[in-house]
Design a protein around this ligand. Structure first.
Ligand code: MLT
Length: 275
């Protein structure tokens, strides 16, 4: 499939403006590389049944009251939510992707609230389809997009509080690079791709320079998350929002996909997905 347009939304102000836009023919990919979308992708790759992103702690609590088997995950200021913040119990998991191990998440539904990632996912939930993007599943996502039946492609950067986040722009730029000639790149996509090209030779160093990277590296328990999230194509999983839930989208015969091809490849230069 080729798209009529490929646009990057850099900051929370940009994705907040999506509310008033008709996205009925758009596919959106949300990046919160450090770390919400990397955590969701890891959870799905490790067998989680679904992740339900919610904005507020109270929404997470309410869902867990209805369904006590749900795992609760999320952060504020990067750290796992504890009883004194939730007004109920400690959350089971924070927002470190390394916590979402198969023995903890396989077969489970996880309710997740994070500062920006869950907010970005919800901001474009009226799009025809919404995918969860990260470096961990970059090529799988590009290949799924190449099968999508949609006019418009929006790459949505989750950001940090109200600001743009460098690592999300890198993720969007890397995806724009992979999609190559499938869509005329808007100026925003050209900018993201150019920034990615500058960072590609040492992605880890680039993530480490970012505000979120520096914050994580300054906390011994979270420092390894940066290298973890810098892994390209670790998982062949494609995460898609279906209603309120993010699930792993496999196989053909869905409304939007003619069939996702899950096939990691070797180096990014050779990964360009043909039109
Ligand atoms: C977010 O959703 O704002 C981030 O993922 C925050 C974090 O790294 O924990």
């Amino acid at each position: 499939m080729s798209y009529a347009s490929l646009e990057v939304l850099f900051s929370p102000a940009d994705f907040a403006a999506l509310k008033g836009r008709d996205l009925s023919s758009a596919v959106a990919v949300v990046f919160d590389v450090l770390r919400a979308t990397s955590s969701i992708v890891t959870a799905l790759a490790h067998g989680a049944e679904a992740v339900i992103p919610v904005q507020e702690i109270e929404q997470a609590n309410a869902l867990a009251r209805e369904e006590p088997a749900y795992l609760l995950a999320g952060e504020r200021h990067g750290l796992r939510l504890l009883a004194h913040q939730t007004g109920q119990r400690d959350f089971d998991l924070g927002n470190s992707p390394r916590e979402f191990q198969p023995e903890i998440v396989a077969g489970r539904t996880i309710v997740m609230t994070t500062t920006n990632g869950t907010r970005a996912l919800q901001a474009c939930s009226h799009a025809r389809a919404v995918l969860v993007g990260s470096f961990l599943n970059l090529t799988a996502t590009a290949r799924a997009l190449s099968q999508a039946r949609a006019e418009q492609l929006l790459l949505v950067c989750g950001g940090t509080f109200e600001e743009l986040a460098y690592e999300d722009v890198l993720g969007a730029g890397a995806l724009a690079e992979l999609l190559g000639q499938q869509a005329p790149l808007s100026d925003s996509a050209l900018i993201a791709r150019q920034i990615w090209r500058g960072a590609e030779p040492d992605l880890l160093a680039a993530l480490a320079r970012s505000r979120n990277g520096r914050h994580l590296l300054g906390q011994p328990a979270l420092a390894e998350d940066v290298a973890y999230c810098a892994q390209v194509d670790r998982f062949p999983v494609v995460g898609q929002i279906q209603g309120e839930r993010v699930t792993s989208c496999e196989g053909p015969d869905q409304d939007v996909w003619a069939g996702a091809i899950h096939q990691p490849s070797k180096i990014l230069q050779s990964r360009r997905v043909p039109p």
